[in-house]
Design a protein around this ligand. Structure first.
Ligand SMILES: [Cu+2]
Length: 584
């Protein structure tokens, strides 16, 4: 995986949104509101040289020693068919580092991250989500953000199971929230959520998705893993049990009393909202810079980036016992799965570039490495790829210090799963979807990000027919990479292709400036629900809008989902759109 070259002038491309954005192949964008006037070269914001919109340079976490706490493993709840599992959200205190006082967090069943929920493919389960949180939020709400007005309850929650093929009432729609004191959003579903598990074995995750405060609810701690297993995967004999370990990355900042610090914008366009959050401290499974003691054998790791905005570019490096890199490389990582399931064959990785919400499922073989130490080091610029904000290097440490408890009989098979590729010629519709960012003219401070140039509240413009294949062209006019997530589907990336941003901004025409850039080996063939849309690229994805098997629907019915950027600060401030799947 490569790190995309830095854009030298990050904000240069972030010049308003596109007036009358256009088409590639006979498709059209409907409902253009033309809200943002097209800016000319003369009126474009100047390149910002000071960190005006983040305060991470001004505030920082008290110095904490890395690798002094063991990696926690979240508790596991095996969901059973025919049983409604009740899972409560609540506020509590938890130790996140040896030298930090206990931190007030939010979690599920008293755990941050929440318990790992496990299910079997083809075996539907039900979960009743319960809100036991206080009615007051402990993080700063911005009442100028859509859906978070002062008339709304401060604490509102709804749980989305990310990557699940699911019917809308159970999808955790942003306006399906419910408060601790019984207030509800317009799409609220009081019933247990039904999870069909009608998809291959994979690593999913559940997290809060409430309109306008998703960034804060997730930052407070409301997320956890959801793993689907299958007999097909069982037969592969991958490392399991204590040798299969979930890893979720969160960057955070702390005050000296141990409380979470979520900064308020300084000189922002909204009084509180920050364009992105970047913390100076990395937690894995809710612990600051932990270590994991391993045996000299194979392990399977399911890596999730649950951060608000941060991308991680991880390399595994040899280190001394304190975690200082010694200039050697760690063992290779063999990626076996992505967001939506197993890859056709393992992909050998020297490094990992993981955007928010993506999952990397990989095997590391520590055989023969007894007594050695390794550290995951991060060097991804933030924001990605332009940089300018704080980049914590340390992530976590592996200590090969445990004795081998028995012969390692697990396997890393050379063939994992079949992924039949979609034929783009069979797409019934191609849509050009602009990713845009509007900056304050005076100083380039980001004001808002949008999809399709439309606000959340604008009428639906994406309305695929159930069961059909569509080609979505994500036209990124901004200087940042945006991880784009589409609910309901596991899609296939087709290609990325450079285009002329200035031409698109001035005329709305997509003019390619070169041939398609090959996707990474772990992006195609692969099942994805979140894809990195790089600046200057049209990222093309093929999605088949199938409903869960046996779904009770009627002809003409419109099923409401969302697609959005998974930078949570963007998602909260308009970079999210509803879409309808129409039953034929
Ligand atoms: Cu974004």
């Amino acid at each position: 995986m490569r790190v995309v070259p830095k854009t030298t002038r990050r904000t240069f491309l972030k010049v308003g949104t596109v007036a009358g954005a256009g088409l590639i192949a006979g498709d059209f964008l409907v409902g253009k509101k033309g809200k943002h006037a097209l800016q000319t070269a003369a009126t474009r914001p100047k390149w910002r040289t000071t960190p005006s919109h983040h305060v991470s340079a001004l505030q920082s976490t008290p110095t904490l020693k890395p690798y002094v706490d063991a990696l926690p493993i979240p508790p596991v709840i095996a969901l059973q068919s025919g049983v409604v599992t009740r899972i409560g959200m609540s506020q509590f205190q938890q130790k996140l580092h040896r030298d930090l006082p206990p931190t007030t967090v939010w979690g599920f069943q008293g755990s941050y991250p929440g318990p790992t929920l496990e299910a079997r493919q083809g075996s539907p389960v039900q979960v009743q989500w319960i809100n036991n949180l206080p009615t007051t939020h402990f993080l700063p709400i911005d009442n100028t953000i859509h859906g978070a007005e002062s008339t709304q309850p401060q604490v509102r929650n709804v749980v989305h199971l990310h990557g699940h093929k699911i019917m809308p009432p159970n999808d955790g729609y942003p306006e399906a929230w419910f408060s601790p004191d019984g207030k509800t959003g317009p799409y609220y579903n009081p019933n247990p959520y039904l999870y069909p598990n009608d998809q291959p074995a994979t690593t999913l995750w559940y997290h809060d998705h409430a309109l306008g405060i998703t960034r804060l609810n997730n930052y407070a701690g409301l997320s956890g893993f959801y793993i689907i297993r299958s007999s097909a995967e069982d037969a592969l004999n991958l490392p399991q049990g204590p040798y299969e370990i979930p890893l979720v990355l969160h960057d955070r900042m702390f005050n000296s009393d141990g409380s979470l610090l979520y900064p308020v914008a300084v000189g922002g366009t909204h009084p509180v909202w920050m364009p992105e959050f970047f913390g100076d401290t990395v937690l894995v499974n809710g612990m600051v810079w932990p270590y994991l003691e391993v045996e000299p054998r194979k392990y399977r790791f399911r890596l999730l980036n649950g951060s608000n905005s941060r991308f991680y570019h991880l390399t595994l490096q040899g280190s001394d016992g304190n975690g200082t890199p010694n200039g050697t490389s760690g063992p290779p990582m063999f990626q076996i799965g992505t967001d939506g399931g197993l890859l056709p064959a393992p992909v050998k990785l020297a490094d990992i570039l993981i955007a928010t919400a993506e999952r990397f499922d990989f095997v590391i073989d520590f055989t023969g490495m007894k007594g050695k130490f390794f550290v995951f080091q991060n060097d991804a610029p933030a924001p990605y790829p332009g940089g300018g904000e704080v980049v914590p290097t340390n992530v976590m440490m592996f200590r090969v210090t445990r004795a081998l408890s028995g012969l390692d009989t697990s396997a890393l098979p050379s063939k994992l799963a079949d992924i039949p590729l979609y034929d783009p010629a069979l797409a019934v519709r191609e849509r050009n979807l602009a990713l845009s960012e509007s900056d304050r003219a005076s100083d380039g401070f980001p004001e808002i990000s949008e999809l399709d140039e439309l606000d959340w509240s604008a009428p639906v413009t994406e309305d695929p027919q159930a069961g059909t294949l569509e080609l979505w062209n994500l036209v990124n006019t901004t200087g940042d990479a945006h991880p784009i997530h589409v609910h309901l589907v596991q899609f296939q990336a087709l290609e990325r292709r450079p285009f002329d941003t200035q031409t698109f901004l001035s005329s709305g025409q997509v003019v390619f400036t070169g041939p398609p850039v090959p996707l990474d080996a772990n992006e195609r063939p692969a099942w994805k629900d979140t894809i990195k849309a790089y600046p200057g690229m049209v990222t093309r994805i093929l999605a088949k809008f199938d409903l869960p098997t046996g779904a009770q629907v009627t002809s003409g019915q419109r099923l409401r989902y969302v697609w959005h950027c998974h930078i949570l600060e963007h998602e909260d401030n308009e970079m999210m759109r509803p879409f309808d799947v129409v039953v034929p």
